[in-house]
Unconditional design. Sequence first.
Length: 252
Amino acid sequence: MGSGTYVDLHVKILDERVVARAKRYGLDILVYAPHFTRLPTIRKRARAYSDDELLVVPARELFTGTWHNRQHVLALGLDRPIPDFTTLAGAMAELKAQNAVALAPHPEFLTVGLGEAAISQYREPIAAVETYNPKHWAHHNRRAREIAADLGLPAFGSSYAHRHATVGEVWAKFERSIDTEAELLAALREGASRRVGHRNGLLHLWRRRAEFAHLGYENSLKKFDRVVLSGMESTHPQHPAYDGRFENVEVY
């Protein structure tokens, strides 16, 4: 696709098919942040699928707030795990304490995106705002660009791929060479020059609509019961792995 470093800053799935598609479409880096998966597991899978051609960077998309009023935060560079279903303030305080990089994915999208006021309030850990997401409709992308411009924050794009076919559809092209996780974190913290790019045409539109349709499962009551009400999901704040560290900010 040309010189520079091509990064998909948010994918949900990772296997040999994902890696093959990423390489075929000229991506250099994938940021892997699956739902409801603990950080050690994500790190292990990221290492397993990284090679000289493709770097996979581990991350967590944190579900803050309640299931019906959740606000997602994409966190990179974590030193220790953070659970889902804490208050937004609690999650942001922990991100700041760890000097992690926070990104605002799909802002103001349905009930899952940070609003402009929240992004403004937590500008210190937030390094960029997502301005192109395949699940978005055109007005969502326009609004996201307005938020980034209003707050003077850099933009980023991602495939947000829950489906294999979406990998390679969207990217952020950084002008600098980025070869390691540390270099990606530095580029994000420094607001390094980048351009958001995506494919076009009917096939791209179809893949976007297929991603949007996937929301039906993501927001199902069955998934809510499994993730929240059981209290045993691996990223639930009451899980023994967190040693009660987040009991003061948990929402369930």
